[in-house]
Design a protein. Structure first.
Length: 285
């Protein structure tokens, strides 16, 4: 596959915090980096809102054992944030070095969404947990950072959920999109590294268009010597796509970055529904 139309992935940015979904994002990023021989960049954001909150006279914390309220100071919060950053870096080092992945780590102060977007220009893929640290009480909703990234990031997104790792088979959504072959190429490349089958989900409401898309996918697969199973979908709603992915026991779903193919609302609903990691290529790849 020397004429792979998908750009080489050299650097993967992973946003880290104290949540279990963040750890899932790290594992997914490491697995992708190991498969594609990419470098991993860990980012920990000291949330400026938490620091500002401690400056308010009405802000208290309640002791876990004493149950007594005590004022929260800026110095205390900064120590806690530094401790969390050290934990995040240690976690990154352990997981990355175990897989032989090159890595680096940065700590910045600001808001998570803004800092992830700021650093995205230096990376080829952004890895995020589907739910952030402050959204754990809303486990069935997307975290705000994921929502912002879907709407504004100029890079592909790898989105993972707590307790779920990238696995086999690799699935790819194929639709009438200029990004379709790039999605096929990346899915095939990843499948080549991890083994197992490749499943192509051909999506179009019209039967004739589905037949044309299937033929186009079959030609691409044959030209590149990639074995695959093709499954046709007549409906492009999140529930239909999710059922197809679950029926195939998907370990990774690659989605073209075309909002005409998969509108952002559908993508967000799909991310809430699916358990397997999703690699969404964005709209500017």
């Amino acid at each position: 596959m020397n004429d792979n139309p998908f750009p080489v992935i050299r650097r993967i940015l992973v946003a880290l915090d104290a949540s279990s979904h963040s750890r899932a994002a790290l594992r997914a990023a490491v697995e992708l980096a190991a498969a594609l021989d990419a470098e991993l960049v860990g980012l920990f954001v000291e949330e400026i809102e938490l620091v500002h909150l401690c400056e308010l006279p009405v802000t208290y914390e309640v002791g876990l054992y004493t149950h007594r309220p005590r004022p929260l100071s800026r110095e205390y919060m900064e120590r806690q944030l530094r401790a969390l950053a050290r934990q995040a870096e240690a976690m990154l080092a352990e997981v990355a070095e175990r897989q032989g992945v090159r890595w680096s780590f940065r700590t910045v102060r600001g808001t998570v969404s803004a800092e992830v977007l700021n650093m995205s220009a230096e990376s080829d893929v952004i890895s995020l947990g589907v739910v952030g640290h402050h959204a754990l009480m809303r486990a069935h909703r997307l975290g705000s950072t994921v929502q912002v990234a879907i709407r504004r990031a100029s890079r592909p997104l790898l989105i993972a959920r707590q307790g779920v790792r990238i696995g086999s088979p690799v699935l790819v959504l194929s639709c009438d999109s200029p990004y379709a072959e790039r999605a096929l190429a990346l899915a095939a490349r990843f499948r080549e590294r991890v083994g197992g089958p490749l499943v192509v989900l051909v999506l179009a409401p019209d039967a004739r268009k589905r037949a044309n898309l299937r033929a186009r996918a079959e030609r691409w697969l044959a030209d590149h010597g990639v074995p695959a199973h093709i499954r046709e979908l007549a409906r492009g709603d999140a529930e239909t796509i999710a059922r197809a992915v679950e029926a195939e026991r998907g370990g990774l779903l690659v989605v073209p970055g075309d909002t005409n193919c998969l509108p952002q609302e559908t993508l967000e609903a799909l991310l809430q529904r699916l358990k397997c990691p999703v690699l969404w290529l964005g709209t500017t790849t």
